[in-house]
Design a protein around this ligand. Structure first.
Ligand SMILES: O=C(O)CCC(=O)C(=O)O
Ligand SMILES: [Fe+2]
Length: 339
């Protein structure tokens, strides 16, 4: 049981082994759908022999270790969302006055192994590592998309198992973002109250289809475990532990929107985990976006006829978003300030 039905509170984050797709496809697909409906977050097991993603962390650390002026040469392009975003440049929770205590470097999905924009040298000099990492993310993302399509019983004539992935794979101008994140340590001189006020990244939902989130050692990620309470003081949070045998997967607003709220785009944030304020955190988020896919309901009989009131997209009314990219651009415009 991952949800307390009486008050709709998430109590547990499921763990899914995608290698089960080979032996028991339906059962694995059902597990993915249940997690996507009830929690919006789940762990995916990483086979112990597949730890090459750690090289991607080393590459990201090399980039962030450079002087500010070097990193700022690759400042984020607000149109494309690719490039470097400095400490406090972004505030994903628009209701907070304090911006995020993080820096990040965003790059796009490679097309046939080739970057579609100029990369900072720390990354362009390590293309084998970047390629290997992105291939891994893409293959996990496709497995998850297939599981969702199977469990949603999308009719064969509408694409069946490949309903999400066929469009995804043939997109030659993908808007996916691979984001390496560095959350610096809080100065040792900061008081404890400071640490309580500060967040590493504010409360938000992700914008696209699914996010693959790779954590490294230092925790702090939390998911909002209750639905939108009218009183923000009544929000409750559940820790997402760092597990070196798993990555974290979560769903974005577009999937919630496409399924009239059947699938859940759960709000999350990263706090200074008590006792870990003086440790820096690194993570890598691979955002799978819908590109120019229309935001039309997914053809499944499981999907409710109308969206419920709690969808994050509903808060954006009366603006109507035709495609996944339209929504992405709108959300990005809200989160960045020019630097
Ligand atoms: O670093 C993390 O664990 C969370 C990052 C995140 O939520 C995001 O970039 O959207
Ligand atoms: Fe996020």
């Amino acid at each position: 049981m991952t949800i307390d039905q009486d008050n709709d509170t998430i109590t547990h984050i499921p763990v899914i082994d995608l290698t089960g797709m080979k032996t028991n496809l339906e059962d694995t697909a059902d597990q993915v759908l249940a997690a996507a409906r009830e929690v919006g977050f789940f762990f995916v097991r990483i086979p112990p022999e597949q730890k090459e993603y750690l090289h991607m962390f080393d590459t990201a650390k090399d980039f962030f270790a450079q002087p500010a002026e070097e990193k700022l040469k690759y400042s984020v392009n607000l149109e494309t969302n690719f490039g470097y975003s400095a400490l406090r440049q972004e505030g994903v929770d628009v209701t907070r006055s304090q911006r995020d205590f993080k820096e990040s470097y965003n790059m796009g999905r490679l097309v046939n192994g080739i970057p579609q924009h100029e990369l900072a040298p720390s990354f362009s000099e390590k293309m084998d590592i970047v390629r290997q990492f992105q291939d891994r993310c893409n293959s996990i993302a496709v497995d998850i998309m297939e599981c969702m399509a199977i469990a949603l019983k999308i009719p064969e004539e509408q694409g069946g198992r490949s309903y999400f992935s066929r469009q995804y794979l043939k997109d030659t101008t993908p808007s996916d973002v691979m984001r390496t994140l560095h959350y610096p340590a809080l100065e040792a001189s900061s008081t404890e109250e400071n640490a309580q006020d500060e967040v590493r990244i504010g409360r938000h939902s992700d914008y696209g289809l699914i996010t693959l989130l790779w954590q490294n050692k230092v925790g702090g990620l939390q998911i909002q475990s209750n639905r939108e309470p009218t009183d923000p003081a009544k929000m409750t949070w559940l820790d997402v532990p760092v597990r070196d045998d798993c990555l974290v997967v979560n769903l974005g607003d577009c999937l919630q929107y496409w399924t009239n709220g059947l699938l859940r785009s759960t709000k999350h944030r990263v706090i200074f985990k008590p006792g870990m304020e003086q440790q820096e955190r690194y993570s890598i988020a691979y955002f799978v976006q819908g590109g120019d896919m229309a935001l039309d309901p997914v053809p499944s009989t499981l999907i409710p006829a109308a969206p419920p009131s709690f969808t994050s997209m509903a808060q954006e009314e009366p603006v109507h978003f035709k495609t996944s990219n339209d929504y992405l651009r709108h959300r990005l415009a809200m989160t960045y300030t020019a630097y």
